[in-house]
Write a protein that binds this ligand. Structure first.
Ligand code: PEP
Length: 248
């Protein structure tokens, strides 16, 4: 028996417009209530609109990145304090697109998670291997290394994070990890969380990578999969709602 409530988070990436977002959110909140906790991570400029649309609703929201710095001369960056000021609950850190395209290191991802926690946000820490790493049997080593950096820096507060296992080869490719492949990695991550924090059984580990309405239920039925981080399918209200239902 676990007390983990499922969590389904939409990662809108760099998509949307004020009009499209309003319609998307209308479609999601119209489907409330959900048994699972539901959230959307929107681009920075739209967070205030999302906050207004989510007011009085059960849907939470957050951002897709934050600065590791507190404040200051960091042109273009957005601090965790600013996100908290806008009512964000979550912030994604270490998404593979940021690791790859912006060369974010394990250490920087850990600093971002620390900044998020310091301002009352829940960091969703993404880990995942590339196809080449999987083919070389490096999956466990890679995800454990990525997670270890965060756990070491956060110390006692590490039990407050959410982890998202997102195999890079499954993101936006239509190629989903099988439930067995995903569960195997989630089991490894949970053991690591347990040994580092002593609270592994209570912590949520999401799966991300081409989750769709037709594969969500089987993935979410796995012992250590506590919901999903959803990219493409989070941009259509009907699909996101269906995935949310699959988690309930
Ligand atoms: C993601 O961007 O985190 C993601 C999982 O994308 P997709 O669902 O499109 O694979």
């Amino acid at each position: 028996m676990t007390a983990r409530r499922k969590l389904v988070v939409g990662n809108w990436k760099m998509h949307g417009s004020r009009t499209a977002n309003a319609e998307l959110l209308r479609g999601i909140v119209a489907a409330e209530p959900f048994a699972a906790e539901m959230a959307v991570c929107a681009p920075f400029p739209y967070l205030a609109d999302v906050a207004a649309a989510a007011a009085g609703k059960a849907i939470a929201y957050g951002a897709q990145d934050c600065s590791a710095h507190e404040q200051g001369a960091y042109t273009g960056e957005v601090s965790a304090a600013m996100l908290a000021d806008l009512g964000c609950r979550f912030v994604i850190v270490g998404h593979s697109e940021r690791r790859a395209l912006h060369r974010e290191s394990d250490g920087l991802v850990a600093e971002k998670a620390k900044a998020a926690l310091a301002h009352g946000l829940v960091p969703i820490v993404c880990v995942g291997e590339t196809l080449l790493q999987r083919e070389h049997a490096q999956t466990e080593i890679v995800v454990q290394r990525q997670l270890a950096a965060v756990l070491a820096l956060l110390g006692e507060r590490a039990c407050e994070i959410v982890v998202a296992y997102e195999p890079v080869w499954a993101i936006g490719t239509g190629r989903t990890a099988t439930p067995e492949q995903a569960q195997a990695v989630h089991g490894v991550l949970r053991a690591q969380l347990q040994s580092a924090t002593g609270h592994g059984a209570q912590m949520r580990i999401l799966y991300g990578g081409s989750v769709k309405p037709d594969n969500a239920a089987t993935l979410f039925a796995q012992l250590d999969i506590d919901g999903g981080l959803i990219g493409g399918a989070a941009l259509k209200a009907a699909d996101f709602v269906a995935i949310g239902r699959a988690a309930g």
